[in-house]
Design a protein around this ligand. Structure first.
Ligand SMILES: *[C@@H]1O[C@H](CO)[C@@H](O)[C@H](O)[C@H]1NC(C)=O
Ligand SMILES: *[C@@H]1O[C@H](CO)[C@@H](O)[C@H](O)[C@H]1NC(C)=O
Length: 255
């Protein structure tokens, strides 16, 4: 399976949400659109080169024709999405106000001037909710470590962390694994930034963190303390034992 990642250009939409563009001229392109936004799919370089072009939702065997172009006239064949579709620059399919069920497989079929099939290509469209309103929370653990979590709304969020601009990795996860929770070593402080991204959007949250107040005690200190107490008890015990033995004698001597 050779999936070609379509080129994604993300720009902020004016009022109808996010706009994304995808070059879907190669077979197996993967394209991403923002839920409620507008997605531009470049299907061909110039549709007027073909005798005819059809664009379908679905895959071979189970497909619904959405749009057909003949000469330089195009028509929408699937009425439920008629008011959301436009075909621009003889090659780019625009879909407005995207919904989750716009996700799925699409098919482009081209025919030459005498009506013979000249090619079939597929593309995958994924409609995702943008990541939004990231939140940072932190918690001090015993031993002065700090656990910080980043959360967000949106589909398929990926997290990355920096502290004063340096990439951070959780000590408990293997390199490359991204996680929304990391544990910081004792004594770390600085500007902590969490970046959340999915295919169509990204957002960042930063906060200045101070070292967690370590209790100063750890297991070894407790052991040392226990040792001192045991030693002290032994000393005190031997002292009393000695006193008990000697004191009465001294008393006897005195009398
Ligand atoms: C579709 O979206 C484009 C770009 O956001 C906008 O210019 C156009 O007016 C919209 N069309 C409809 C029918 O909503
Ligand atoms: C897709 O979802 C919308 C609501 O988001 C619904 O109105 C429409 O009927 C659905 N279309 C299909 C083909 O299921």
């Amino acid at each position: 399976m050779e999936a070609v990642l379509g080129l994604l250009v993300i720009s902020a939409g004016v009022s109808h949400g996010l706009e994304t563009s995808c070059d879907a001229r190669e077979d197996g392109s993967q394209c991403y659109g923002a839920l409620g936004g507008t997605v531009y799919l470049q299907l061909v370089t110039d549709a007027t080169r073909y005798g005819e072009l059809s664009f379908y939702k679905g895959s071979t065997g189970n497909k619904t024709e959405i749009l057909r172009m003949k000469k330089d006239k195009w028509v929408i064949k699937y009425t439920p999405i008629k008011d959301r579709v436009h075909f621009i620059n003889h090659g780019t399919f625009r879909l407005n106000n995207t919904r989750r069920n716009d996700s799925g497989e699409y098919l482009i079929e081209t025919f030459n001037s005498v009506g013979l099939a000249s090619g079939t290509r597929g593309l995958q469209l994924f409609i995702e909710a943008p990541v939004s309103s990231p939140q940072l929370s932190s918690e001090c653990l015993s031993h002065g470590e700090m656990r910080v979590s980043c959360s967000s709304e949106g589909d398929g969020p990926q997290y990355s962390w920096t502290l004063d601009g340096q990439t951070l990795r959780d000590t408990e996860t293997s390199p490359g694994e991204e996680t929304n929770t990391i544990t910081l070593k004792k004594g770390l402080s600085g500007d902590l930034t969490c970046t959340i991204r999915n295919y169509i959007s990204s957002d960042t949250v930063s906060r200045r963190i101070l070292p967690c107040p370590g209790t100063g005690f750890n297991v070894f200190v407790y052991f040392q303390l226990a040792e001192v107490i045991i030693l002290l008890t032994i000393c005190l015990g031997s002292y009393c034992f000695y006193k008990k033995k000697t004191c009465p004698q001294e008393k006897d001597d005195g009398e």
